[in-house]
Design a protein around this ligand. Structure first.
Ligand SMILES: [Zn+2]
Length: 211
């Protein structure tokens, strides 16, 4: 069977499973557990638009999870069905034609199944890069990034953590003019990737900042 789970969906399943594990450690009532199991399963399945019976069989064992150990086994099994982020160095270069001496991260060193969006900071030009994928099409933005040394809500993953202001320059209506657009996002993009359980905010963010 081909991979069919997006990374953000995999993260969503992890969050739902945590609810199950917590439920088993706190609730004593069998009916409460049963209700929780069906709620978790329903919310996971509702993420997939056209799920086949075969794919369903991969997901279903989630309701048998009682503790962290079982959860980890389940995730190890599930990982093989996660779709790797589809990117190449060449494709990244195409996204930023105006950036001279673009430094693209070593993609072979990454597990692309962990990536919802690719991000890196280029120290030599002090810019942060973000590459995301929507409906099999890559988009790229870059801009300045300034940490604020306090916690805040990330506008990509919606979690509270160390954030900074990402600002991109966008061409104005008149030729030669620019405006800046941006928002607070996680300083640690690896953590941000782990927190992402849907693509909606990320896609909106990138579209908005592309101008
Ligand atoms: Zn984030």
């Amino acid at each position: 069977m081909k991979p069919f789970i997006r990374t953000d969906q995999y993260n969503f399943i992890r969050v739902q499973t945590r609810k199950l594990v917590n439920g088993h450690s706190t609730a004593k009532d069998a009916d409460v557990i049963k209700a929780l199991e069906s709620m978790v399963l329903e919310s996971i399945l509702s993420m997939f638009l056209n799920i086949s019976d075969e794919q369903k069989q991969v997901i279903l064992p989630v309701i048998e999870i009682h503790d962290k150990e079982m959860a980890e086994k389940y995730f190890a099994q599930l990982k093989q069905y996660v779709i790797p982020f589809d990117v190449s160095e060449q494709a990244v270069r195409k996204l930023f034609p105006k950036v001279k001496k673009l430094s693209v991260p070593h993609l072979v060193k990454l597990d692309l199944r962990d990536i919802v969006y690719l991000s890196w900071f280029d120290n030599s030009i002090s810019k942060k890069f973000i590459v995301s994928s929507h409906e099999n099409k890559l988009s790229g933005i870059y801009g300045s990034f300034t940490g604020i040394n306090q916690k805040g809500i990330c506008s990509l993953c919606n979690s509270i953590g160390e954030v900074g202001m990402f600002l991109a320059e966008i061409k104005g209506k008149e030729q030669g003019t620019f405006t800046k657009r941006g928002n607070y996002i996680c300083s640690d993009s690896q953590k941000c990737n782990e927190n992402l359980t849907s693509l909606e905010k990320l896609t909106d963010f990138v579209e908005h900042l592309k101008g």
